[in-house]
Design a protein around this ligand. Structure first.
Ligand code: F6R
Length: 615
């Protein structure tokens, strides 16, 4: 979704802003732009265009020819994912005030923009876009009385909705003002320059010291100097968070796509997710971020999980874990449903919010609703310092490293590993014995190796993809632990290859979808060697009886699938509860090669955004 980057300092402002925009490309966008304040020039220089950052660079080379433009001491940039108005040049950010002296980039949605626009239009303000954002630029001009920060503060009071904004003015070419309400803004702290971004990947190659704004915060940034005030206009002193990412992690490192790189990073990502957290001698796990002693854990009598997309499917696996290992009744709900359904939260309910980005709007709203109802909330996030991680207060980080590809891959397998560790910890405060716990913990310690051995199947999986790359419809089926794996496999395929794919419980196929099966509609059957496998084998027979080709994802050495499948993709054998990990890795590889064979833009699929910060 939309991305913001800003820079104040004496280095190559233009180059730093544009390189920040490149780093934000993965989030998904349809237009982009930059604004630079050149000392002595009243009109801010703005270049924007629909299309890619490379289109923007071509335009910049043609339009910003003067040295003064190129060495401006302050600049902002934006990648836009259209909400109000088409993705065209007029609607791209930055937006200028009518006098051309104030430029604004904005993430979020101004809900009362129509009323503000009408009032400003009656006062003679001219609008040149269909966006909600343009009202912010005009409002700041209206409120300006010589001090940019106060003008922004006054203007923001008139807005309803959500925003992360960065504002510059040609009258203050040393000052960048930024603010946040519902849409993230991070400030990069350096000795003699300051960076601002909606996503730390845009700035992490310049600094690892980052302050995350809270809702209501207003930032005034000068080169090497930041001043933050809270919504109550009280100065905020917040120590910077150290971002433990290195730049190599947000580059492709020789892979053709981030998605492929991240698929291959899974053995390492899982080993980071479990490192220091397994206690085989005690048959349990240690997740300090949960900040719960055994007595508190033993009191929890219900778990409620809220998440979206791939994180939701990981949560489904988690539900089985909490019920199987700890006998805690667990429900899982799409976060969007949770937030509006008035869910029942009892005193000893613990809510788990699962989110790779930690910024998904619906999951965040579910966290806030659960907290309002008095629930304890644990966040399971990947991005350190993200809003869900901070607002949950406690929880477990994945430590999977940055996930840049829009399709979530390593986050899923690490979420599953974290959920298994959590459920074991809860289980040990109940009926789970030391020896059973120890067995499970040892199995988890072998997970990186299971992932590595699954990756060795890539060539074989690619060959299967080559046979089916022209198909337009797929079904994925599974039961038990394989049910969420089937749903996740279908999601991966549809989002990056644009093939229509549906995931179903294997038993549900007969209740309707089977009507669609024919020889052009392959069925991917996930049949790891787990309880219920025999029943899935019968379901595969039923598919073949309708001429649908069956592609089995099955355990090494399991010959029972051979007679009921056209193709068999092999994954290493592992205990039942961990089988979603190798099966989903195989599905990721399959989806990747299907998309590649069809020439799809794998890292930036159409219409998709990496983190969905609007409802
Ligand atoms: C699918 C995908 C999305 C996300 C979903 C939740 O590959 O990436 O379905 O899983 O938008 O995102 P997070 O986990 O960041 O809350």
């Amino acid at each position: 979704m939309c991305g913001i980057v800003g820079y104040v300092g004496l280095r190559d402002t233009l180059g730093i802003v544009v390189s920040g925009l490149h780093r934000l490309e993965y989030r998904g966008y349809d237009s982009a732009g930059i604004a630079l304040c050149v000392p002595g020039k009243r009109q801010i220089s703005v270049v924007k265009t629909p299309g890619k950052i490379s289109d923007l660079e071509t335009l910049i080379a043609a339009k910003l020819v003067s040295d003064a433009d190129r060495t401006a001491p302050i600049g902002i940039g934006h990648t836009r994912w259209a909400t109000h108005g088409l993705p065209n040049e007029a609607n791209a950010h930055p937006h200028l005030s009518m006098n051309g002296e104030i430029a604004v980039v904005h993430n979020g949605i101004v809900e009362n923009y129509a009323a503000i626009k009408q009032r400003l239009t009656q006062q003679g303000y001219k609008f040149s876009s269909d966006t909600d954002t343009e009202v912010i630029a005009h409002l700041i001009q209206e409120c300006y009385q010589g001090d940019l920060r106060s003008a922004v503060a006054t203007a923001l009071k008139k807005l309803e909705g959500t925003y992360g904004i960065a504002v510059v003015s040609s009258r203050h070419p040393d000052t960048l003002v930024a603010a946040r309400k519902g849409s993230p803004i991070a400030v990069g702290i350096c000795e003699d320059e300051t960076l601002v971004a909606s996503d730390i990947s845009a700035i992490v190659n310049y600094t690892k010291q980052v302050i995350f704004l809270d809702d209501g915060d207003l930032l005034t940034a000068k080169a090497g100097d930041v001043d933050i005030t809270s919504s109550k206009n009280v100065p905020v002193t917040r120590p910077p968070t150290f971002v433990d990412w290195d730049v190599g992690q947000i580059e492709k490192g020789g892979y053709e796509h981030f998605m492929l790189k991240e698929i291959h990073e899974q053995p390492q990502a899982i080993s980071y997710a479990i490192r220091g957290r397994l206690l085989p001698d005690e048959g349990t796990t240690k997740l300090s971020g949960m900040q719960m002693d055994p007595r508190e854990m033993a009191r929890i009598d219900r778990i409620s999980i809220a998440a979206c997309g791939t994180s939701f499917y990981a949560g489904m696996v988690g539900k089985y874990y909490f019920e199987d290992f700890a006998s805690i009744p667990t429900e899982i709900e799409q976060a969007a449903e949770f937030r509006y359904r008035n869910p029942i939260i009892q005193r000893d309910t613990c809510m788990l919010a699962i989110s790779q980005s930690g910024e998904t709007a619906d999951t965040l709203a579910a966290v806030r609703e659960a907290k309002r109802k008095g629930s304890m909330v644990l966040g399971i996030c990947n991005v350190v310092g993200s809003t869900i991680a901070r607002e949950s207060g406690r929880g477990v980080y994945l430590h999977a490293g940055p996930e840049i590809g829009v399709a979530s891959t390593k986050a899923f397998t690490c979420q599953v590993a974290v959920l298994a560790m959590m459920a074991i910890a809860f289980g040990r405060t109940r009926r789970l014995s030391t020896s059973d716990g120890a067995e499970m913990v040892k199995a988890i310690s072998r997970l990186p190796d299971i992932a590595r051995r699954t990756l060795e199947q890539e060539d074989a999986i690619r060959r299967v993809a080559e046979k089916y790359a022209d198909c337009e419809d797929f079904f994925y089926i599974g039961r038990g632990y394989m049910f969420p794996a089937a749903l996740e496999g279908a999601l991966k395929l549809k989002e990056i290859s644009y093939i229509h794919a549906e995931g179903y419980h294997a038993a549900e196929l007969k209740h309707g979808p089977i009507a669609l099966l024919q020889k052009e509609v392959p069925v991917v059957a996930t049949v790891a060697d787990i309880a219920g496998k025999e029943k899935t084998l019968s379901n595969m027979q039923e598919c073949r009886a309708r001429s649908a080709p069956v592609i089995a994802i099955a355990t090494e050495g399991d010959d029972s699938v051979n007679a009921v499948s056209e193709e068999v993709i092999r994954v290493p054998k592992c205990p039942d509860f961990l089988s979603p990990v190798p099966v989903v890795i195989a599905e990721q590889i399959f989806a990747y090669h299907m998309a590649r064979l069809r020439g799809c833009p794998i890292d930036q699929p159409r219409n998709l955004a990496k983190s969905v910060t609007v409802e």
